[in-house]
Design a protein around this ligand. Structure first.
Ligand SMILES: [Zn+2]
Length: 120
């Protein structure tokens, strides 16, 4: 006698954690699933770290470009600070101090000129 099973429950194609991403495992997208796996499985985490190190060692130019993009995204002033350091051997703090000092000198110059004009 043939058994009749109910039709399978249709599963959503999209992950519950990130609705725009497709399911990788256990209803999660790949990055969320692997993040969870790294927390509960230290061997998996170490294996992934080692793979990452190997990839970085074999793709130094790509790694450098990715790091540069990451830093630029994290800190929009990073490129500006880098140029300041490379071209003028100056930190952003030193630049700000010079700018502040110049503004004060300019303000003093304007006040002195105004006083000279008033005396005439
Ligand atoms: Zn996710």
């Amino acid at each position: 006698m043939a058994k009749h099973y109910p039709p399978p429950i249709p599963k959503s194609k999209f992950a519950s954690c990130h609705p725009a991403k497709s399911i990788y495992a256990k209803g999660l997208c790949r990055s969320c699933y692997e993040k969870q796996l790294r927390l509960i499985n230290p061997e998996f985490a170490e294996r992934q770290r080692e793979n990452c190190r190997q990839w970085a060692a074999n793709h130094t130019d790509q790694k450098r470009a990715i790091d540069k993009l990451y830093r630029a995204k994290k800190d929009p002033d990073w490129h500006w600070a880098q140029k300041l350091r490379t071209n003028y051997h100056m930190t952003p703090r030193q630049y700000d101090l010079i700018l502040q000092k110049n503004k004060m000198e300019f303000a003093r110059f304007v006040v002195i000129n105004q006083q000279k004009r008033d005396c005439q």
